[in-house]
Design a protein around this ligand. Sequence first.
Ligand code: ACO
Length: 427
Amino acid sequence: MSDTATIEFEGKKYDFPVIMGTENELAIDVKTLRGTTGMVTIDPGYKNTGSCESAITFLDGEKGILRYRGYAIEDLAEKADFLEVAYLLIFGELPNSEQLSKFHTDIKTESHVDEEMKKILDGFPKSAHPMGVLSSLTSALVAFNPSSVDVSSEEAMYNSIVRILAKFPVLVAWTMRKKMGLPLDYGDDSLGYVENIHKMMFKRPNKEYAKDTIAIDALDKLLILHADHEQNCSTSTVRIVGSSHAGLFASLSAGISALWGPLHGGANQAVLEMLQAIQDDGGDTKKYMAKAKDKDDPFRLMGFGHRVYKNFDPRARIIKKSADQVLGALGIEDPILKIAKGLEKEALEDQYFVDRKLYPNVDFYSGIIYRALGIPVDMFTVMFALGRLPGWIAQWREMRLRKEPIGRPRQIYIGENHRAFLPLKKR
Ligand code: ACO
């Protein structure tokens, strides 16, 4: 293989190094492009642009492969728990029991959230979208933990990381409880990480909390499946905000906002609303398939298609199986699951979807499980954020440790050329 790529422009040739990743992915390194040629590349949506080298997550969209730090997502979802996966993503190796226990203890030490944060939450109307609330509360955490911004030492970085892993689930639970009119509570440090999250979210004021193993295991698996997905919109946001040396919490707050959009994490809410609308409309999936294919209709089949996967999203396979298991174990028959399966079958056999390689993505079935667990629809994307937290942290940490430069793309200006200023009276 040649280790350079040549660009020829106006009779001159310029060589650029070709770099190869550990999975043989190739890239042309254009770091010196502008300096040597005076040109930049243009690539809206970054469809062909690698923004960084990363050792965290590998995905092959053509083959439908997803691995965290080299481990197959199927193995991790089956055999690991969320806290182990968080450790793996952030620090690069699966923890031994001592490392895991220390990590969990360090997190528990930070599990309180300042009482004054409740006043901020109080300021939001009950109707506020939980993603907006969560993003604001995450940003507000900076004010209560100012030392988390300066991460010039490894120790300071570690402290910021365990602090947010401890406090973020409290914010998630508070966001949901406010919505549901339940009193705000703290967790219970004697419980496992995900069990504690479940308790913080669902504990009723007048009832003893009863451990629900089916729900906790389902939640654990969903969180693992969402934990990282390399340079997607929200992760790239976290990296780029963090590259200005804004602290971890501020970077995460920006990532939460990016995740909110219906083309990204917000799709899980949009999927359930779409499935509900189809059911309310008599369950005619063919009508909605036709709408999705009609170029004059803005409707898209939510939960279908992916920028990178041109094959089955491996997470969707696992979640579909899990939806069957969880609903079966909880004794729930959700007509929406039937509609989802019908839509999937039709889409996979439809030429429009086949030609464009549109397959169900992670969001297509996740909402059905969230709903079965009793999570309100507008909290679905918050659950995604909770799962994605370790991935965002890992990517932010990697970016800081690699001392990446501030993210600052170029543009091609297509506006007016220089013109003379006209005073107001003459316009
Ligand atoms: N329904 C109908 N048509 C679709 C869909 C869909 N869900 N997704 C893509 N297409 C069509 C487009 O209209 C386009 O058709 P054309 O070539 O005839 O113009 C073609 O497929 C390619 O689509 P793009 O939008 O160019 O693909 P892109 O990579 O930019 O977008 C995206 C990917 C945003 C995920 C898109 O597939 C989509 O909007 N899906 C629905 C929303 C969704 O489920 N988002 C969650 C993604 S997973 C995640 O973020 C966690």
